[in-house]
Write a protein that binds this ligand. Structure first.
Ligand SMILES: C[S@@+](CC[C@H](N)C(=O)[O-])C[C@H]1O[C@@H](n2cnc3c(N)ncnc32)[C@H](O)[C@@H]1O
Length: 295
């Protein structure tokens, strides 16, 4: 198993996702002799997991069953241990696309936080790209490196435990893209410019507050970045439901509305339809993108 390559069979040392339902799943480190409790009973790693195919339906000790899934960055974002606020799929998808990330890309990131975005970047830039991720909180930096190794992506990432605003990304003139998720991104724009390749690299900064965006845009302009744009991604998830609707009554040939044949009166039809949400997740943050100018 690796977060960047599919493995068919569950092995000792893997991180697997135990899936009880769409609202109930969790990661498990597979260890010979290990046990994990679920509400359907215990999962014995040696007997129930190791050697089974990913995607298998596995019966727990109380007779209930779970699916054991191969980990992906998408599932990790939903299941990772939160050490900080994290980025979710909606923003991550936009960031990956707008930074034009692809296999082989070199990316700088700060802060690493809980590694939610980092895992998605690593999957995208593998097998030949590299991620330099800077985190000034020592335990978070160490924990992130430990997880990258466990997830078999350690060779694709360098974790630097330093203040990006003071010391930058530890590389110069190599990055295709820089991503910032820190409280004062404007203080790191000069370092972002230094890290990016000579021309054409992209930068993105995520900030919850518009005042942070204003200062970041100002710093981007001062450092000569072009194509500066800010956007907010709002996700509207529709429910697919069966609904029963009255059939329209167009009336009989002689009469007007309401004069339809008796069989048509009070007739209904049931169909599947998508229903707009009454409430939706609101603001997460603003994404500001810019391109390093040609000169
Ligand atoms: C919101 S979290 C990042 C979450 C991350 N994007 C994710 O998806 O998991 C912000 C992180 O930036 C780190 N940080 C804040 N200022 C920093 C700085 N000047 N240099 C390095 N790291 C910094 C914090 O310690 C924190 O872990």
């Amino acid at each position: 198993m690796s977060f960047v390559e599919y493995g068919d069979v569950i092995q000792e040392g893997d991180t697997a996702i135990v899936f009880l339902g769409h609202d109930s799943m969790f990661p498990v480190k597979v260890q010979r002799g290990g046990q994990t409790q679920t509400r359907y009973g215990a999962l014995r790693h040696s007997a129930d997991l190791i050697g089974k195919h990913y995607g298998s339906k596995v019966t727990c000790s109380k007779g209930g069953w779970v699916y054991v899934l191969h980990p992906t960055p998408e599932l990790w974002t939903l299941n990772l241990p939160h050490r900080t606020q994290i980025l979710y799929a909606t923003d991550i998808a936009t960031i990956t696309m707008m930074l034009e990330l692809k296999p082989g890309s070199v990316v700088c990131e700060s802060g690493t936080g809980s590694g939610s975005l980092s895992h998605a970047i690593l999957r995208t830039i593998a097998p030949t790209g590299h991620l330099y991720t800077v985190e000034f909180h020592q335990q978070r930096a160490e924990k992130a490196m430990e997880e990258f190794r466990e997830h078999k992506v350690g060779h694709l990432v360098t974790v630097l435990n330093q203040d990006v605003c003071r010391e930058g990304f530890g590389v110069t003139g190599v990055a295709d893209a820089v991503f910032l998720d820190i409280p004062s991104p404007w203080e790191a724009i000069g370092h972002a410019k230094a890290a990016i390749k000579k021309q054409g690299g992209r930068v993105c900064s995520f900030s919850p507050c518009i005042e942070q965006v204003q200062r970041t845009c100002q710093a981007l302009a001062e450092h000569g970045f072009g194509e500066v744009s800010t956007l907010e991604v709002l996700l509207r998830l529709y429910d697919v439901r069966s609904v029963t609707l009255p059939l329209p009554d167009f009336g009989d040939e002689a009469g007007g509305p309401g004069g339809g044949a008796p069989s048509a009166q009070n007739a209904t039809m049931t169909c599947k339809t998508a229903v707009a949400p009454k409430e939706m997740a609101g603001h997460t943050g603003y994404l500001t993108f810019a391109t390093k100018s040609l000169v």
